[in-house]
Design a protein around this ligand. Structure first.
Ligand code: LLP
Length: 418
């Protein structure tokens, strides 16, 4: 579901012609639909209303301040994974009691910052981290709350790079390691273990792996209860998939119907950490065709954006639908490799894509680029990063200006011998 539609053969975002946005702000340009993002948040909230979850939007999916603020204003909390994301969360005045902090490698500085900010929970991923949290919290004279991230060892049937709950994964604690910490929690007396956290992977299109994971965790919770360890929260992470092509990702309603009964049975307060589901289809990357290059064996559309702007196709061989901003219904179909200007063979946005014939100078929209698009972009090949625009109704607003060449070099310095 999203609000990018054609009217008179021109692509619109809500009530704005996308062509008007590029005319004003240039290309490449990320365009986000406010309405899409808010509706996704509300859908999730209403689907899970029976357990009244705290929904902590996963900032890594799209960390633009305006996007985060739109969701925080709707009542969302935030899931952060670094000092930088925490800084963003605090900048937009997120209630710290709605911030959770995950990640396998939190540094002392990041831990200190989060303790001082008074966040709701750290999601702890190792015994070593537990020890470090304990020591730092004592030094700061502040007791802290945590959830233990357990690895339920289920297969979420998604790309191997975004599975996080396999036995050999770097994330989380095995049940036996979590048991050991819980049974010996007096050792970490300044750290209150309030609950458990799981995150089994991303772009998961079916409820089954969640059911398996929640069942395993529920058994563990029961065992801990009988051992006298009381828990209050269960954070089931993010991971809900979207339709990039024809995945038939389950809707929040179907998803909730399958897992809410299990969540209720735990009797715990529930936290969700969705990223992609909220923002994925709410964004597109608009790019101009610099050249059409036809070699004997291939037709290439060479764009003014590439893997530095959207790395998902190169990194995960991810599929993104690509459409022209201006549709010419009668033009004949042609097969293209749609590539960027970067000096890497892996720099592509689509391979062997059948689409209506395209001319140079035309603009294309790479759909469903709102999640892990800009947030994974880089300056590789010294390319300034794209501009970001948020559309609301008939209005559009610059939410990140295009980087300049000066932005690229402003932190660099010459040593004295140069
Ligand atoms: N919670 C934790 C602990 C996570 O690690 C993640 C994502 C999320 C929540 C949000 O997951 P989501 O709802 O967005 O699936 N770059 C990859 C996705 C990496 C996901 C990393 N962790 C991609 O472009 O597909």
């Amino acid at each position: 579901m999203h609000y990018f539609t054609y009217k008179d053969n021109n692509l619109y975002c809500e009530d704005v012609k996308v062509g008007d946005i590029v005319e004003k702000f240039g290309s490449p340009c990320y365009v986000y639909s406010y309405r899409t993002l808010i509706e996704h948040f509300r859908k999730l909230k209403s689907a899970f209303s029976a357990v009244k979850p705290l929904i902590c939007y996963s900032v890594k999916a799209n960390s633009n301040l305006a996007i985060c603020k739109a969701l925080v204003n709707e009542g969302a909390g935030l899931d952060v994974v670094s000092g930088g994301e925490l800084y963003r969360a605090l900048k937009i005045k997120t209630n710290p009691k709605k911030i959770v902090f995950a990640g396998v490698g939190k540094t002392d500085k990041e831990i200190r910052g989060a303790i001082k900010a008074g966040i709701l929970f750290f999601n702890v991923e190792s015994e070593a981290e537990m020890q470090r949290l304990h020591e730092i919290s004592i030094r700061l004279r502040r007791s802290i709350n945590v959830c233990l991230r357990v690895n339920p060892e289920v297969d979420p049937h998604t790309h191997r790079y975004i599975k996080t709950a396999k036995k050999e994964s770097k994330f989380g604690l095995s049940f036996s390691a979590a048991r050991f910490i819980l049974i010996n929690k007096v050792r970490f007396f300044n750290v209150h273990i309030k609950g458990l956290h799981i995150h089994i992977g991303s772009q998961i299109t079916e409820a089954r792996p969640y059911i398996q994971a929640i069942k395993k965790v529920s058994t563990f919770i029961k065992e801990m209860n009988s051992a006298g360890v009381k828990l209050e929260y269960l954070n089931i992470g993010g991971g809900m998939g979207i339709n990039y092509k024809n995945e038939k990702a389950q809707t929040p309603k179907v998803f909730a119907k399958a897992i809410v009964p299990l969540l209720k049975k735990t009797g715990l307060k529930i936290i969700l950490e969705p990223g992609r589901f909220i923002v994925g289809s709410a964004g597109i990357l608009v790019s101009r065709v610099t050249f059409v290059k036809e070699t004997g064996s291939k037709n290439f559309l060479i764009l003014d954006s590439g893997m530095n702007d959207l790395i998902r196709p190169s990194l995960y061989e991810a599929y993104h639908e690509i459409v022209a901003l201006h549709k010419r219904p009668k033009s004949r179909q042609k097969k293209y490799d749609i590539v960027g200007p970067i000096c890497e063979s892996g720099d592509f946005l689509a391979k062997d894509r059948l689409m209506p014939q395209i001319r140079s100078g035309e603009y294309l929209a790479i759909m469903c680029s709102g999640a892990y698009g800009f947030s994974m972009s880089s300056n590789y090949n010294s390319r300034p990063r794209a501009t970001e625009v948020l559309v609301k109704g008939a209005g559009f607003f610059l939410v990140r200006a295009r980087e300049s060449y000066l932005d690229l070099i402003k932190k660099e310095k010459f040593p004295w011998f140069l």
